[in-house]
Design a protein around this ligand. Sequence first.
Ligand code: FCB
Length: 448
Amino acid sequence: MTLHFPQGFIWGTATSAYQIEGAVKADGRGESIWDRFSHTPGKTRDGHTGDVACEHYHRYETDVALMAELGLNAYRFSLAWPRILPEGRGRINQPGLDFYRRLVDTLLRHGITPYATLYHWDLPVTLDDAGGWPARATAEAFAEYAGVVAAALGDQIKHWITINEPWCVSMLSHQIGEHAPGRKDWPAALVASHHTLLAHGLAVQAIRAASSDAQVGIAPNFTASVPASASPADRAAARAFDGYFNRWFIDPLYGFGYPSDMVALYTAAGLLPDGMPFVQPGDLDLIATPTDFLAVNYYTREVVAAGPNPLQPDIVRLDVPRTEMGWEIYPEGLYQLLMRLHTHYAVPHLLISENGVSYLDPVTPDGAIHDERRIEYLRLHLEACHRAIQAGAPVEGYFQWSLLDNFEWGHGYHQRFGVVHVDYETQERIRKDSFGWYRDVIACNGLE
Ligand code: FCB
C-alpha cells in the first residue's frame, strides 16, 4: 500500500548544538551547564562529554552535503547560547553568530530550510550561577538572547523553536537531577517550569519584534500515559502522570492555565509551600501568546499503575520489545497525541520535531550498517502520522531524530540515534541502511 503525504510536506532531520558540534572552546564560546555537568565525575556514562562530539562545528559542510543527498527540505538544529552570549547576556560574541551564518548559508544553498531551536539545554554557566531556571531573570535573559539572534540571523532564518522540551529543562534537570544542572529539588523544579514557559512567551515577542516575518513555535516532549488496568486507582495515576509530564506544559501554552488537578496534587504534597507567587500578573497571557506552529517531540509511552501516592506512580515494564534506550515502541501514542492536540487543543499547525530510535547495529565487514529495526520504527511512526493526517490533524512536517549518531546526554556515546553512523575515532560518517530508506521516503513523499 502506498501512503502519500500532503503536497509540500516538510521532511527534515533534527540535531542539537551540544550533541554534535564539539569545538567547545572555539572562537570565544563560553561554558554551558552541560560542559560543567559532563565534566563532573559520575554524571555521564564513562565520563563522556561533548568536547569533541561529531566535530560538526568544523565539518558542517560535509554534514549538509549528507542532508542534501537525503533530499531534506528542512533541517532542525540548535544554536548554542554560550557561543553567542558567552556570559549569558550583554556582550555579543560575533564569531559565534558567524558560525551559524555559515551553516545557514550552506543550508540555503542546498535548498534546505533552517529550523533553528534557541534552547536545547546549553544554558551559560554564568546564568546558572545566578540562580538558573528557578530564577525569573533567566527567562528575561533568554528573551534578550532570542532578540539578539533574531536580529542577526532573521533575514535568513524564518522558522524558530524557542525551547526544546520544557519538561526536561525543568523536571528532568531540577527534580530528577538526571540532566544538567543536576538538582533534585521538586519545588524549585516547578518554579523552573514556569520560568521556562515564560521564557518561551517572552522570546516569541522578542523574535517577532526583531524579525517581522518570523514563524515561531515551541517543542514540548510528550509521553503517552496509559493506565495499567481499568481500575479507578490506575486510571487516576495515569491521569496524574499525564498532568505531570504533558498537561502541565501544554495547558498553559494553549490558554488553559496550569491544570487545577495538578496544582491540588502539588499543593497537597507540600511542593508549592507558598502557593504560586512566581506566576505574576500577565504571565499566563504571555505564555499563551498564539504561535505559528506547535513542534512535537514523541518517542514512547509509559504504562502507569497506582503507587504509594498520586505523584509516585508505579511505572510498569511490560514484557515487550524495547529500543536500546529501554523505551517501548508505541506508534499508536503518536496518533493519539496528534489527534488530541488537534481536537482538544485546536492546534492549527503541527510539526513532528523529533521522532527516532537508538539501536547499536554494528558496522559489517563490508562497511554497511543494516538497521532494519530503525527502518521499522520510523515506518510505523510515519504510518501513525499519516493516519492522523487522514483524520484531520494538521501535521505539516516530520523531523527524524537524528541525522548523526551523537552525544546522547547522560548516556554519552553509548546510544546511537543517527541515520548516519559516526566513527568517533576517525569522525568518518557511514550511511546506515535507514539513510537510503529515508531518502526514498522523501523522494516519493511517502511510503511505498
Ligand atoms: C530528546 C532530546 C534529544 C535527544 C532525544 C533522543 O529528549 O530532545 O536531544 O536526546 O531525546
